[in-house]
Design a protein around this ligand. Structure first.
Ligand SMILES: *Cc1c(COP(=O)(O)O)cnc(C)c1O
Length: 429
C-alpha cells in the first residue's frame, strides 16, 4: 500500500482526516475540495524543530515558512502561531503574511522579479530582509530606500551550482537556472552595498531545489556557502545572517522519508560554527502531506484498450501531475467490500491530454459514479497553483482540527469570475 500520513485513517471502511469523516464534509459541500489537517501541520513543524534542536541552539535560527506552498491565511496563521516567520515571493504574499499576524521581523522576501511597488511595500512594512537575486534589483532597492530615506536590509542569493531536486522543473541551484548570483557577483554587490548609505548587507541566502529526499546536495551546497562566508570575512565584511532555503522532500508514494536529523547534522557541520543567525525556508515539508484533494467520480469510460476513471477534479485544481509528472496517490473514501480490483487511468475533465492524475492504477472493480476519492500529498503547491481554466470553479478549502472542521475558503465560482468581466458592451451598441 502506498503512503498515508498519520492524520488519515480508515474508520469502519471510511477515510477520516483526524476525527472528521470526509463523507460528512462532502454531504454539505460540493466536490472537488481541499481538506487540510491542522494537527499534521503542527506535527510537521514539531518534527523539523526537534531535528534542528538536536544539533543547533534554537536561539540561533528562525523558520520562515515558504508560503507559496499553501498561502491560505488560516493555514498561515496556524503556522505563525507555531513561531514560524514567512518566506514570501510577492506583494500579495506579503499582505497575506501580515494578515496572518506574522511579525514583519520574521518575513523574508525571495524571488527574481520583485517590482517597485512590492519593494516599497516590503520596506515600509519593515520586513527582516530582502533576498536579492540580481544587480539590477539591488540598485532598485537602493533607489527606493533612498527615496524613503531608510536603509534596506538585504542578503544576496548565492547560486552554488549544485544539482538538486526531484525534477528539472524544481531544480533552482544550478548555474543555468534563473535564480541567484554566482560567487563573484555576490562579492562585487556586497562590496557595493557596504559602501551604500541605503543598503545594509546582512549575509547570503541559497535555495537549491525542491522535493529533496537525498540530503547530499545540501552537504555540497552548504559547504560552498560556508566557504563563501569565510571569503566575505576575509574581505573585512561582517555578515550576520545565512538563509539556508527550503527544499526538504516528503513521502508522496514510495519515497524514503527524508532524513531530517541528517539534514540538521549537515547544518551543524558546515554552518553552525560560523556563528551566524540561520534561517530555514521549508514549504512542502510543512504542509505537503497534510492535505487531500477530495473529488467525485463522474464517469467510468471504457475503450478497447483502457478503462478511464473520470473525476470532477482536474489539472486546474491540482496542476502538479501535468507540470512536474508528480504522483498523488488516489484513495477511495469508502472502501469496497469486494477485494476485486481493476486497472484505471485516472483523469480529470479538463480538455488537455496532460489532465491525467495516474495511469494503470488499481482501484476497486466496483468503483462507480459519485463515489468519493481523495488524492494525497495535495497540501503543498495544490490550491495555490489552481486556476479557473475551462471556466471551472476554484475549489473550496477546509481545515480540520481534531474533530472540528471549518471552511477556510469558499469556492470561487464562475459567477464570481463573471463579475470581473465587462460583457455588457455588446448589448450597448
Ligand atoms: C519555493 C521556495 C522555498 C520552499 O521550497 P520547498 O521545496 O517547498 O521547501 C524556499 N525558499 C525559496 C527561495 C523558494 O523559492
Amino acid at each position: 500500500m502506498t503512503y498515508l500520513a498519520p492524520c488519515y485513517r480508515y474508520n469502519d471502511g471510511t477515510l477520516f482526516v483526524n476525527d472528521v469523516n470526509i463523507k460528512d464534509v462532502a454531504k454539505s459541500h460540493e466536490t472537488p475540495f481541499y481538506i487540510y489537517s491542522a494537527t499534521q501541520i503542527r506535527q510537521n513543524i514539531r518534527a523539523f524543530k526537534t531535528a534542528l534542536n538536536s544539533a543547533l541552539d534554537p536561539q540561533n535560527y528562525t523558520i520562515c515558512y515558504a508560503c507559496k506552498a499553501l498561502n491560505n491565511i488560516s493555514v498561515m496563521s496556524l503556522i505563525a502561531e507555531q513561531g514560524c516567520g514567512a518566506d514570501i515571493v510577492s506583494g500579495g504574499e506579503l499582505t497575506r503574511a501580515l494578515h496572518a499576524n506574522v511579525p514583519p521581523g520574521n518575513i523574508v522576501f525571495s524571488g527574481v522579479g520583485k517590482n517597485d511597488q512590492e519593494i516599497e511595500h516590503a520596506l515600509n512594512s519593515k520586513i527582516r530582509q530582502i533576498n536579492v537575486e540580481s544587480a539590477a534589483e539591488l540598485y532598485r532597492i537602493e533607489a527606493i530606500a533612498q527615496r524613503l530615506n531608510i536603509t534596506a536590509p538585504v542578503v544576496f542569493r548565492l547560486n552554488p551550482d549544485v544539482k538538486a531536486g526531484a525534477h528539472e522543473k524544481i531544480s533552482t541551484g544550478q548555474k543555468e537556472n534563473k535564480f541567484g548570483l554566482n560567487a563573484e557577483q555576490v562579492m562585487d554587490l556586497y562590496r557595493y552595498a557596504e559602501n551604500s548609505a541605503h543598503i545594509m548587507p546582512r549575509g547570503i541566502s541559497l535555495h537549491i531545489g525542491s522535493q529533496l529526499i537525498d540530503m547530499h546536495p545540501y552537504d555540497t551546497a552548504y559547504k560552498i556557502a560556508a566557504d563563501f562566508i569565510l571569503s566575505l570575512r576575509s574581505e573585512g565584511f561582517t555578515p550576520d545572517t545565512i538563509d539556508l532555503g527550503g527544499g526538504i522532500g516528503i513521502i508522496y508514494d514510495r519515497e524514503d522519508a527524508p532524513d531530517l536529523a541528517g539534514y540538521a547534522a549537515i547544518v551543524a557541520k558546515h554552518i553552525a560554527p560560523l556563528g551566524l543567525h540561520m534561517m530555514f525556508e521549508p514549504g512542502r515539508m510543512i504542509v505537503g502531506n497534510a492535505g487531500l484533494l477530495v473529488s467525485r467520480v463522474i464517469y467510468i469510460k471504457e475503450t478497447d484498450s483502457k478503462a478511464f476513471l473520470i473525476t470532477d477534479a482536474g489539472m486546474n485544481d491540482l496542476m502538479r501531475p501535468a507540470l512536474y509528472d508528480s504522483v498523488h496517490p488516489i484513495f477511495e473514501v469508502e472502501k469496497s467490500d469486494s477485494q476485486d480490483t481493476k486497472s484505471f487511468d485516472v483523469v480529470g475533465p479538463v480538455c488537455e491530454s496532460s489532465d491525467v492524475f495516474s495511469l494503470d492504477t488499481a482501484l476497486s472493480a466496483d468503483i462507480a459514479k459519485d463515489d468519493l476519492v481523495a488524492f494525497t500529498g495535495a497540501g503543498a503547491y495544490g490550491a495555490t497553483m489552481s486556476s479557473s481554466y475551462n471556466a471551472r470553479k476554484i475549489a473550496a478549502e477546509f481545515l480540520v482540527d481534531g474533530d472540528v472542521w471549518k471552511c477556510i475558503k469558499r469556492p470561487i465560482t464562475n459567477e464570481d469570475l463573471l463579475q470581473f468581466e465587462n460583457y455588457t458592451l455588446k448589448s450597448d451598441d
